[in-house]
Design a protein around this ligand. Structure first.
Ligand SMILES: Cc1ncc(COP(=O)(O)O)c(C=O)c1O
Length: 284
């Protein structure tokens, strides 16, 4: 695997960062995951917009401009040929003597790597997956795509140990999102997803699902989802760049709806796959 580190393309085994890097010592950095289908970057503008917002929120100067990011990501994909892939991109505040306050002289560390993107397991899409609810113990700026992910890691691990695929995080009686995914429910045939605010990550997949629903007149509301709404939902889905739209058919060991992926999910999944196909053909 060829990775990108601070302006260089090099084998992963040769890439080195300082032990004083603030990403290593503090989790002081932000990241993006950008899928690429048929060699084309998925919603690149939206991913770079979110990266800019994350960098601005944590006050790291953008190390590259829009054209620079695009050139680097395109070059990295070209150096790692293959099928569908995703690019992981991380920017930390850089290496400096350990002190919480910002260093004066550090320059950001930029790292990117390419991973294969596995197509959704057809068996899983047939049956759906299990999710468990748990308290949202994260900080108050979940809209920043920060590499500091300890609360998300602990939630996901707890879900895995309970035999589930994802944790759905609940805060003050509201279901917010998954440990690494956004949340959609269907109630009375209407899709509902929590509105974007500082309590959740504004997912690029989420926004595309909202956009596709609007474009095809599928009823959708961006309003808070209470824990009661979640438990009464006809359908529950989780979205992310790597999970796409994943149907949840068991919640806390009870079936969701009739325990099978629902018709509204099937409709949106079809629209999502059509969109990916258009991207492969260079039509979006
Ligand atoms: C906490 C959280 N919410 C939502 C998402 C989904 O975001 P996207 O659709 O941009 O992958 C992620 C992605 O990793 C995430 O970590």
């Amino acid at each position: 695997m060829i990775v990108y580190l601070n302006g260089h393309y090099l084998p992963e085994s040769e890439a080195r960062v300082s032990v004083l890097d603030r990403g290593f010592l503090f989790g002081d950095g932000v990241y993006e995951v950008v899928p690429a289908y048929g060699g084309r970057l998925f919603r690149l503008e939206q991913h770079l917009d979110r990266l800019d917002r994350s960098l601005a929120a944590v006050r790291i100067m953008p190390p590259l401009d829009r054209a620079g990011w695009t050139r680097m990501l395109t070059e990295l994909l070209a150096r790692n040929p293959g099928g569908d892939r995703s690019v992981y991109l991380q920017v930390t505040r850089g290496a400096a003597r350990r002190d919480h306050a910002f260093p004066e002289d550090a320059s950001p560390t930029v790292f990117a790597m390419v991973n294969p993107l596995q197509p959704g397991d057809p068996a899983l899409l047939e049956t759906g997956v299990a999710a468990v609810t748990m308290p949202d113990t994260r900080w108050a700026r979940c809209d920043i795509k920060a590499i500091t992910l300890l609360a998300n890691i602990l939630a996901r691990q707890q879900a895995v140990e309970a035999g589930a695929t994802e944790a759905i995080l609940v805060r003050a009686g509201r279901a917010i999102e998954g440990a690494a995914s956004n949340l959609f429910v269907v109630g009375d045939g209407v899709i509902v997803t929590p509105p974007k605010d500082q309590s959740l990550l504004p997912g690029i997949t989420r926004d595309l699902v909202v956009e596709l629903a609007e474009a095809h007149n599928v009823p959708l509301m961006e309003t808070p989802v209470t824990e009661a709404d979640l438990r009464a939902a006809e359908e529950i889905w989780l979205t992310s760049s790597t999970k796409e739209i994943l149907p949840v058919t068991r919640l806390d060991d009870r079936p969701v709806g009739d325990g099978r992926p629902g018709p509204v999910w099937a409709r949106m999944m079809k629209l999502y796959q059509d969109y990916k196909q258009q991207l492969r053909e260079g039509r979006v």
